[in-house]
Design a protein around this ligand. Sequence first.
Ligand code: NG1
Ligand code: ZN
Length: 540
Amino acid sequence: AVLLNSLTEASNLYPKEEGVTYSYGTAGFRTLGAKLPAAVFRTALLAVLRSKRLEGASIGVMITASHNPEPDNGVKIVDPSGEMLDPTWEQHATALSNCPSTDSLISTFTTLATHLHVDLSQPASIIFARDTRPSGPDLVKALEAGLHAFGDNVKIKDVGVTTTPILHYVVKATNDQSGTYGAPTIEGYMQKMSKAFKELVGIRGPLVPLFVDCANGVGSSAVDTMIPLIEDVLLLRPMNTATGTKGALNDECGADYVKTKQAMPPNLAQLGTLDKPGTTGCSFDGDADRIVFYYVEDATRTFKLLDGDKIATMAAVYFKELLLRTKLTGEEKLSMGVVQTAYANGSSTKYLESRDIPVECVQTGVKHLHHAAKKFDIGIYFEANGHGTVLFSPHAIETLRKASPVTLEAGNAIRHLLNFYELINQAVGDAMSDMLLVEAVLAHKGWGSAEWNAGYQDLPNKLEKVIVPDRNHFVTYDAERRLSHPVGLQELVDIEVGKYEMGRAFVRPSGTEDCVRVYAEAKTKEDVEVLIGNVARLVQ
Ligand code: NG1
Ligand code: ZN
């Protein structure tokens, strides 16, 4: 009763606006920052319920809207393993956030506690962070108001302004019973990663300096902290680091801009940042969980994009080589596979299949990719937009640690794989970690970005948004590659696609925006333009 009184009092300070409907989707709650305080307050209640349900295990809360415009913000919950919130709890988040009054909030909260078998006297532990958005501090206040309403029974840790993947890392490390994952702090993250990276690069350094477009976001502080730790092997040259400039975040820069426009940030182009042959750039998104690379091709002076598919394919081919070199057989033989979504370029899928690397296609959204990747001993997943990571199964780690290598080469391969395991964020896609993964693989191969890009050529492709009266009328199947509703539309799309060599197109409702997305690829740019235009017209 004391608890309910203090929750009531606190909730009255964060009333839900009429007419706003929240929905906890692939990105948590995401909308204009000004509309979020009530949802964030209520997310605090759900995070506490979840922590208490899991006997006080630490739960993370991240306040960010990633690559979206600066006025937007969002909030999402991180489970104790460092992974996204258990999908079965998403509906509870939505239910709490939409209660019209404090009374209904309190009654929904108590019903949920009973229904989910939460013992409210259990302790709870919440770890939170935010990105650099101006609305962040107010939303942190709303979160803290929700947490403080529980009194001393809830332990709170504020990691401050940091990247989404660092928050996931801190949550995972805090809950790690074995104590081997790393220290649960930003410093712990930096130490773990820089040490593994330097061991991997070894005598191959110093590498060619790398330009890092930080999207004027929180990635710039992570890069600043990393620079001195690795500068003897790799010099990072941060760009777009104006986190204090109003409106700059994700504006004409960042991974989403580069991937969508298939062009480098205009200011980098203007400065001639990548003009020198052999120079490579990369772009983080606003919360540094996505990364894409690019360079200017020497002979043609054209922009070349190396996206999530290119990262996944290079990692897959290299890890397959390393696995062969380990000479592990029988029980010790480790499986490896790649998980993609329908947005993966058709050429990347073909390239993997031609190398006998298993490829699986799943629905958009990190939770689906992550889940599918766990089936492999080494599961590589990337969205084309640059969000992804490589997961090592407990069996893989145990096998690699115990293995007695038969040759020096086998021993080196095992050591490399274990260092990659230390380097690669095991909780979530991570721009910093993926950046160092790419640099380490390139160093081992003795490659620059042109050699990396030579593996296969992307099919020309395009992504478009179509605004429709109700995107819920669009229902998909086959990993979102086909439509069952509106009835008859898929047949029309098929006819259109059939007209173009290497044509492929699909239509799906966005999970994060109020629109339908149309994707098309084909052998030529001209065909892509016509194909996407015609499919978009069918959708309207
Ligand atoms: P939606 O809005 O469902 O297409 C977008 C991205 C996803 C993923 C989520 C989460 C595309 C085409 N879609 O999802 O890949 O990153 O946002 O942020 O890039
Ligand atoms: Zn992001």
